[in-house]
Design a protein around this ligand. Sequence first.
Ligand code: ADP
Length: 221
Amino acid sequence: MENGRLALIILGPPGAGTGTQARMAAEALNIPHISTGDMLREALRNDTELGRKAKAFMECGALVPDELVEASVAERLVQEDCGRGFILDGYPRTIPQARFLESLLENSDTRFLCVGVSVGNDVLIQRLSSRWTCPACGKIFNAALNPAKAGGRCDECGANLMQRKDDTAEVIAERLHVYHKATEPLILYYQERDSFVEINGDKPVEEVFDSIIGVIKGRTD
Ligand code: ADP
């Protein structure tokens, strides 16, 4: 990764696999994976002030107000492990968040690359309703496509898998609606900055991952 550090944004609707892909890319590139969804769920579990404020929004599939997420992101990005680059998953999710991120990283010799993972609505709904997540290490499984080998336990760390509270039909529909309305405009935002590449997310996990790595190599060599 020459010419400054990389801010890799993995953008996609809920269920597109951004979490899975961001985790894999972070491991391959040896840079941190920063998921605002994970940060918020942790705040919820620990019953922090942020968690208490975010809870109602998350449970109904709405976005948490920008200013609540901004503080956590700003704090995270100044940590030492972000010095070589980082992968953002679930952030930015609105145009004001993208502007905030840009202002945070101004004068820091950071290159933005936004990879958009596109998947049709029907596939997204199917994936989300059969998704199981490890609450301990964050690994994601799918009861139909990618089941855990050890039944209800995580293959990686052995913790009991759980279904996210917002993976119910009603909340899924709202999250998709919010994505199309508030988050999709980011595609144009990054296209205008010549930082956007779209890939097809309706393929096996490894193939999607190869596409992402291909895009990063193409943009950074
Ligand atoms: P998904 O992409 O599967 O919807 P995430 O784990 O990224 O899930 O986010 C879960 C929830 O956390 C969102 O529905 C939203 O309420 C909240 N959230 C996560 N990231 C943000 C963000 N950048 N801005 C506002 N709310 C967020």
